[in-house]
Design a protein around this ligand. Structure first.
Ligand code: ADP
Ligand code: ADP
Ligand code: ZN
Length: 210
């Protein structure tokens, strides 16, 4: 049986990356995080990275055409299914995606604005392996190294209060309309992102029939 084709939807900080890592490990899907791909382009100072950096630092969206080009080729190689994390983020991206592939499920992880701000100001990420931590629930203040790989933990440039607020506004305006878009296509499943991460994972696996 071919692998599942899944999209994670939700505001910044809802837990998409945290859950995606566990779900792809369990189901053998290809994990495509457009945020991670873009940060890699920025770090390598590619042409795309140079175009994306300023936009990302302000918490705005990178233009649709650049994102669609970045994702198209990678999707065609995903024969055992995929999990899209952070894409699509606009109706135009969702329409382009529909022209590339069918989907089996869209999982919408919800989280209210105040909790988004709380979580993202406390987020720390490993520069080596991308592991995601949080100072309020699984990282002590004095810890500076990743438990998985020993890499340096850092705070993302866009995880600052003013940028976080703007990212949430951008989410509400440009991305939240995708809830209705996928609901009309009978693909939408919703999960309460306020739950503990084990409960969120169990709910996602139930939705995916795993
Ligand atoms: P988070 O995990 O906090 O939601 P991401 O890592 O997904 O953030 O995205 C970081 C930034 O990268 C976004 O604020 C945006 O500038 C850019 N980005 C990521 N995915 C997309 C996309 N699908 N369309 C446009 N911009 C994107
Ligand atoms: P997203 O990819 O949606 O932006 P992340 O997976 O990066 O979200 O999670 C955002 C922050 O919230 C991280 O610091 C992460 O450790 C933390 N986090 C993720 N899931 C939960 C949860 N269920 N409860 C509390 N904190 C969480
Ligand atoms: Zn690491």
């Amino acid at each position: 049986m071919p692998g599942k084709r899944v999209v994670f939807l939700g505001p910044p900080g809802a837990g998409k990356g945290t859950q995606a890592k566990q779900v792809v490990a369990k189901l053998g899907l290809l994990h495509l995080s457009t945020g991670d791909l873009l940060r890699d382009e920025v770090a390598r100072k590619t042409e795309l990275g140079e175009k994306a950096k300023g936009v990302m630092d302000r918490g705005e969206l990178v233009p649709d055409a650049l994102i669609i080009d970045m994702i198209r080729g990678r999707l065609s190689g995903a024969r055992n299914g995929f999990l899209l994390d952070g894409f699509p983020r606009t109706v135009a991206q969702a329409e382009a995606l529909a022209g590339i592939t069918d989907l089996d499920a869209v999982v919408n992880i919800s989280l209210p604005r105040d909790e988004v701000v709380r979580r993202l100001t406390a987020r720390r990420v490993c520069r080596g392996c991308g592991a995601i931590y949080n100072l309020t629930f699984n990282l002590a203040a004095e810890e500076s190294k990743c438990r998985a790989c020993g890499g340096e933990l850092y705070q993302r440039d866009d995880d600052r209060p003013a940028v976080i607020e703007n990212r949430y506004d951008v989410y509400e305006k440009s991305t939240a309309p995708l809830i209705a878009f996928y609901s009309r296509r009978s693909l939408l499943h919703s999960v309460d992102g306020r739950l503990g991460s084990d409960a969120v994972l169990a709910e996602i696996l139930r939705i995916l029939g795993a």
